[in-house]
Structures are given as structure tokens and as C-alpha cells.
Design a protein around this ligand. Structure first.
Ligand code: S3P
Length: 172
């Protein structure tokens, strides 16, 4: 019933480790909508990993590519899109998402983020320091941008089901 009324892509935004990709994938399955991970789409378009793009071209070029890929996804997909943590912080990319999609800020406390980013080592921004310190700084810096999303869902620790239930309620 919800899916029938969703006429714009649901775009998950929020910090690294909050669970945008896993929650997004589950949500898309439940709503019977396509799912796209924007970071995967960027890697596919560039034929390079995110880490390679950062190392070879720097963050600014990555943000430009990210914006172009998200612009394309917003035109193509009537579904669920998970974005990389910095996408919604970029003014142009955020404007695009706010214009064409339903932005959902997936939020969690610092302990949860630190615990979850520990599972993967593919994030260039966490490479040069203590992940907790970096995440704490990014959280403070980025919150004003994330807060512009019309929907705010707190991701609870543990299995994603409770988070998904909260999200379904929020978009209903
Ligand atoms: C980034 C988050 C990453 C990825 C890149 C930069 C960020 O995505 O896009 O490493 O600036 O927060 P996840 O949020 O999926 O880790």
C-alpha cells in the first residue's frame, strides 16, 4: 500500500556506518522497489574503487562524479537509493536530492557508528586517524546538512528490523 504512493526515489542520507546500504536494500525488498547503492554506481561508472578515486583524483573530483551519478540515478530510479555519507553535504547534490527525491536522514549515536565502520576498511576518510575522532567531527560538521532532510529516522543498534519499521512508519 505504501509502495503505490511512493512516486519519488527514497534517498537514504547520513554518516558512514549508519547502515544506509543494508537498511536501503531491505526496505527496497519489502516495498518491491529497485535498490541502488550510489557508491557502487560511482565505482562502476569510474571503473575504480572509491579509495582509488580519492587517491588518484582527490575528494573534489570524487564529489563531482558523485553528483553526476546521483543526478542520473534520480532520473532513472523510482526506488530506494543509498548515498555515500558526504553526498547530502555537498550543496548541489543535496539540492538535487531534495528536489527529486524523498530524503531520509538515517541517524545513530557515535558508539553505533564506530562499531559499524569497524567491519569494513574501505573508507578513505577514516584512514588517517582515529575513526571515533573523525566520525565525531564529521557528525558535528554535517548535522546541519543532514537535518535538511524532511524525514529523520534513528537507527537503533542490533538487527535492522526495528529501524526499518520506524522508517516505514515515517514515510507512510
Ligand atoms: C564518504 C562516505 C562513503 C563514501 C566515501 C566518502 C563520506 O560512503 O562515499 O568514502 O564522505 O562520508 P558510506 O557512507 O557508504 O560509507
Amino acid at each position: 500500500a505504501i509502495a503505490a504512493r511512493i512516486d519519488r526515489p527514497i534517498v537514504l542520507v547520513g554518516l558512514m556506518g549508519v547502515g544506509k546500504s543494508s537498511v536501503g536494500r531491505r526496505l527496497a525488498t519489502l516495498l518491491n522497489l529497485p535498490f541502488t547503492d550510489a557508491d557502487d554506481a560511482i565505482e562502476e561508472a569510474a571503473q575504480m574503487t572509491i579509495s582509488e578515486i580519492f587517491a588518484a583524483h582527490g575528494e573534489q573530483d570524487f564529489r563531482d562524479g558523485e553528483r553526476r551519478v546521483i543526478a542520473r540515478l534520480m532520473e532513472e530510479d523510482r526506488g530506494v537509493i543509498a548515498t555515500g555519507g558526504g553526498a547530502f553535504v555537498n550543496d548541489e547534490t543535496r539540492a538535487l536530492i531534495l528536489d527529486k527525491g524523498i530524503a531520509v536522514w538515517l541517524d545513530a549515536d557515535l558508539d553505533t557508528l564506530v562499531e559499524r565502520v569497524g567491519r569494513k576498511d574501505n573508507r578513505p576518510l577514516l584512514r588517517d586517524g582515529n575513526p571515533r575522532d573523525i566520525l565525531a567531527r564529521l557528525k558535528a560538521d554535517r548535522e546541519p546538512a543532514y537535518a535538511q532532510a524532511p524525514i529523520h529516522v534513528i537507527s537503533v543498534p542490533g538487527p535492522h528490523q526495528r529501524t526499518i519499521n520506524a522508517l516505514l512508519k515515517a514515510i507512510d
